[in-house]
Design a protein around this ligand. Sequence first.
Ligand code: DNO
Length: 350
Amino acid sequence: MKLSFRWYGKDDKITLQHIRQIPGMDSIVTAVYDVPVGEVWSRESIADLKKMTEDAGLKFDVIESVPVHEDIKLGKPSREKYIENYCENIRRLGEAGVKCICYNFMPVFDWTRTQLDHVLPDGSTSLVYYQEQVDKVDPLKSDSDLTLPGWDASYTRDELASVVAEYNAMTEDDLWDNIMYFLEKVIPVAAECDINMAIHEDDPCWSIFGLPRIITDEKNLDRFLSLVDDPHNGLTFCVGSLGCSNKNDIVSMAAKYAKMGRIHFVHMRNVAVLDNGFEERAHLSSCGSIDMYAVMKALHDNGFTGYVRPDHGRMIWGETGRPGYGLFDRALGATYLNGLWEAIEKGSKE
Ligand code: DNO
């Protein structure tokens, strides 16, 4: 595995120098953030990120994310322009040496949580999702008094209501058609640039607010991979997103998709699955519902050689900052993943 760490660019209060001090750290996972979704990233911005990363002794290999414009997901005529822009971004990132692009195909809402600072028994805070709180929110009512963290702040309440209404008129099959259309145009470009496209699963992996969500389980991942059967059409295997549903056997899924050579990037995170949702927990297996060792072993034993990053961390030791993306707990996560990998690797040679 190649160990990586997400960094939000110059505005991130976590510095590349600090990230570099995490043992075994190899690559930075980042993106150009100063461009609206759907537009072409400037070569200068890409070159700046690359230079900063490499000056800090780290590799510039993984982008998370090149976001997909809603018009592509909705299948509107304007998707042509946005898909062309997307392809141009792939080409420019390829020129800069990027090897893997993470993206998602979730309608409107990327990851969704109901609280970002839930206090755990040890005094740390983490992100949680309780279904009854989500059920209280109606994004179609612009006066709904609860907004959920993670919502795209570039939408006004009314715009949000109108884009949600457009999706409400769509079926899952429509979304499948639109993703296929997108992949058929984008994957050949990625193949030409030798960039692995790695879709992130829907988080959580079920429909919210009645919107279609399709990147959710094994059956749908099989369908997704077969839409364009090319190794460049692969996965960001997000253990926390898939693992928040007990229906997903993530260990066997990790083994299967690693064996197929279709996992290019892994997000490792532990969650405690509850009857009414889930809580994010420390990476250690015993802190949550996921057998992190078994996932890492499944990857290892099936020839996985891609990128892994510790995913969301709790806030610990008084750290404040971007929820899920502090330094301390993610660094502990990275160290834990290193330990697991070393033990698995050495154990396999005994
Ligand atoms: C949340 C992240 C997601 C992810 C996107 C990929 O913390 O895992 O926002 O970056 O879904 O496109």
